[in-house]
Design a protein around this ligand. Structure first.
Ligand code: DX5
Ligand code: ZN
Length: 218
């Protein structure tokens, strides 16, 4: 099985964003993972609409937008207008998650929910049939380059069971600390999408590193 590879632009060289995006266009990356941080939901601020629009101008691949912000329902339409193809909100940031999922779908974007390391995937039981994507955080969100949390393997198994039991077509995305060492087991457990930031952008040859991740089970 060949996973969907979604390099996280957060780890790219922001002063050379155009060439970084062009590198991703040439590579076997499937999606561009876009991390939006507000300094409130997470203790860090990344970038917002103008930068996202600049990325969109050059990107030839879908934009997978991960909103690490409070009150995401205030900005869903603007993220769609800025070029988001998939929009994921954090379950911990939504008081009315069902409504927010419908709001995302009404824009025509695919709907995702992201889940922090401490949050049980069982909380998704009642919305999983509506979801296109579940983003399992394998680090505490806020920063790139952190160490992968091993409990993630267990969570993939539980989530996979839930998806099957509820007849959902949601993809399982793993976000944080993904590399060539942990990727094979993540995929064996049932992951469909691998986000990789530092592992790709700190590599001597990012294009080859993306190819290696894409073919990690071969
Ligand atoms: C963390 C972000 C991740 C991050 C992944 O808050 O959601 O997408 O950029 O970066 P690495 O792969 O370096 O852990
Ligand atoms: Zn992310």
């Amino acid at each position: 099985m060949r996973p969907i590879i979604a390099p996280s632009v957060l780890a790219s060289d922001f002063a050379n964003l155009q060439s970084e995006v062009e590198m991703l266009n040439k590579s076997q990356a499937d999606w561009l993972h876009i991390d939006i941080m507000d300094g409130r939901f997470v203790p860090n601020i990344s970038f917002g609409f103008p930068v996202m629009e600049a990325i969109k101008k050059h990107a030839q691949k879908p934009m997978d937008v991960h909103l690490m912000i409070v009150e995401p329902e205030l900005y869903i339409e603007r993220f769609r207008d800025a070029g988001a193809d998939t929009i994921s909100v954090h379950i911990e940031a939504c008081n009315h998650l069902h409504r927010t999922i419908q709001q995302i779908k009404a824009t025509g974007a695919k709907a995702g929910v992201a889940v922090n390391p401490h949050t049980s995937v069982n909380l998704l039981e009642d919305v999983i049939p509506d979801l296109d994507l579940v983003c399992l955080m394998s680090v505490n969100p806020g920063f790139g380059g952190q160490k992968f949390i091993e409990n993630t393997y267990r969570k993939i198994e539980s989530l996979k069971n839930l998806i099957i039991a509820r007849n959902s077509s949601a993809l399982i995305e793993i976000d944080g600390g993904v590399n060539e060492q942990n990727a094979p087991l993540l995929l064996e457990k049932g992951a469909d999408v691998l986000v990789a930031g530092n592992f790709v952008f700190s590599a001597a040859d990012p294009i080859q590193t993306i190819t290696n991740l894409k073919n990690v089970l071969k």
